[in-house]
Design a protein around this ligand. Structure first.
Ligand code: NAD
Length: 340
């Protein structure tokens, strides 16, 4: 059985995808990798880990050879708001690393998963129910790299037979690893503030509608996509809900009536959000390969507040050593990226 490589494994998605793959295929079969060494109590330390800079093709080749890699989940990227502040780096990281992974996958007969995003659409895409096949003229560098990435995967599939698959994911909401400085991150930040009993200053306007998905549904969709007969895979759009900051705040207040949100709009992230569709049409993914998210807004809010509440409780002073719970081990990482 060939092994699986997860690149960018310490990020928001990788922190949950790598453990899910290890649970499914066995700890030793999944090699996690990222730029940095592992922190002492990192959950990624329970199995093989490689320090791997994916801008270096030779290093990817070497890791694939040493571990006999047959499948790569390529999660490396500079995300939306960060990419706008350093577009040259975003192009280098997002495109060069994907190209390196595709070259290595071709040489070692490997399969590739590449996550695209709602950012692959732009202001000229239909704003409501953006179709699978439609105008893709994004106005952000992040979006430009996502469209180019989709095309690069298609090229390697068509010309070199590389089994490269992808999803257009919406903004992801999760409690294990913390997103930072991004466009859809407000949802995680708002829920975390509520769990801490704090006010929240939202950087998007209250009626900004965007697609979102709870991380467990995204992990299921990624694994399901990679296990599906390729003949059934034609479409990339997936989503679970289309929500606004005001709607999320209202859901939170149903459970924490004292919760207060202020709105302090950040022009950069608001302009990015305004360039994206308000919702995607994911009906073809449901029909083609059975994509079926379990969490809507109410269920996601309930679960997030419960999980984050457990993290807050676990971090309170006075807990004895050895009492550390699962929630506490899954520590949040420092702010770094930005959600879709
Ligand atoms: N999180 C979301 O809401 C969301 C939505 C849609 C699509 N996506 C896509 O999913 C993928 C993963 O997203 P994420 O939220 O986990 O991102 P993230 O920023 O949380 O994680 C990315 C990881 O890549 C690592 N990295 C950066 N440069 C690297 C390099 N040169 N070599 C190796 N590792 C490097 C970083 O250290 C980081 O741990 C990205 O392609 C992103 O565009 C994410």
């Amino acid at each position: 059985m060939r092994r699986i490589l997860v690149t960018g494994a310490l990020g928001q998605i990788g922190s949950e995808l790598a453990p899910a793959l290890r649970a499914r295929h066995g700890v030793e079969r999944v090699v996690s990798s990222d730029l940095d060494g592992l922190a002492p109590r990192s959950p990624a330390a329970d199995g093989p880990y490689e320090r791997l800079d994916c801008t270096k093709l030779e290093d990817i080749r070497s890791a694939m050879r040493r571990h006999d890699i047959g499948e790569i989940y390529h999660l490396v990227a500079v995300l939306s708001a960060v990419a706008e502040s350093d577009p040259e780096r975003a192009w280098r990281v997002n495109i060069e690393t994907l190209h390196n992974v595709l070259i290595a996958a071709r040489e070692f007969s490997g399969r590739v998963f590449f996550p695209s995003s709602i950012a692959a659409f732009g202001p000229s895409t239909p704003r409501v129910g953006a179709p699978q096949v439609t105008v893709q003229r994004p106005s952000t560098m992040y979006g430009v790299t996502k469209v180019a990435g989709e095309l690069l995967c298609d090229y390697y599939a068509t010309h070199f037979g590389v089994d490269a698959r992808g999803l257009r994911l919406p903004g992801l909401v999760s409690y294990v690893a913390q997103p930072g400085g991004g466009t859809t991150d407000y949802a995680v930040e708002m829920l975390r503030s509520a769990a801490l009993g704090e006010r929240y200053a939202c950087f998007l306007a209250p009626k900004t509608r965007l697609d979102m998905m709870y991380m467990p549904d995204a992990i299921t969709a990624i694994i399901q996509l990679m296990e599906t007969d390729p003949a059934r895979l034609k479409h990339r759009n997936v989503t679970a809900m289309s929500i606004t900051p005001a709607e999320l705040a209202a859901q939170i207040r149903e459970r924490a009536p004292q919760f207060v949100v202020d709105y302090r709009v950040d022009p950069l992230r608001q302009s990015i959000a305004d360039s994206w569709p308000q919702s995607l049409d994911a009906s073809a993914a449901r029909e083609d390969w059975g994509f079926a998210p379990r969490f809507g807004l109410a269920a996601m809010t309930e679960d997030m507040l419960c999980r984050l509440g457990a993290q807050v409780d676990a971090s309170k002073p006075g807990r004895r050593q050895g009492e550390t719970g699962d929630a506490e081990r899954k520590t949040t990482r420092s702010a770094r990226g930005a959600a879709g």
